[in-house]
Design a protein around this ligand. Structure first.
Ligand SMILES: [Zn+2]
Length: 121
């Protein structure tokens, strides 16, 4: 049975007639492109987690002394880089890690409050 479908390749989404119900893409090219995108996204994820796992020797110092100010826009990453004596790209990486840590910390806090509430009941 032929069926009208939308191509599952993000960015294509062309309407096509599928000869088989399990067909998801309008063309073989789209199928390949979508698979490529998926594997790329996977690699990106691995890269990010590896990067944040290695906070580095300057991280604590950065978080204590500079991260909040960078976040507020009070000081530029370039200036911090010069103060600590590292490359600006490291500051960018540390700031990214800082944001993730901050986010996790807030989540942990919220969970803690939630647990407390439950205990009071
Ligand atoms: Zn397509």
């Amino acid at each position: 049975m032929a069926e009208r479908k939308t191509c599952a390749n993000p960015g294509c989404e062309r309407k096509f007639t599928a000869k088989h119900n399990n067909k998801k893409y309008c063309t073989v090219q789209c199928s390949r492109k979508a698979q490529h995108k998926r594997s790329k996204a996977k690699k990106q994820k691995v890269f990010t987690s590896q990067m944040t796992a290695t906070r580095g020797e300057y991280y604590e110092d950065y978080v204590k002394n500079f991260a909040p100010e960078v976040q507020e826009g009070l000081i530029q990453k370039q200036v911090v880089a010069e103060l600590i004596g590292v490359d600006k790209s490291l500051i960018t990486k540390m700031h990214e890690a800082y944001l993730i840590d901050k986010d996790n910390l807030e989540k942990t806090k919220k969970n803690g409050q939630h647990q407390k509430k439950q205990l009071n009941l």
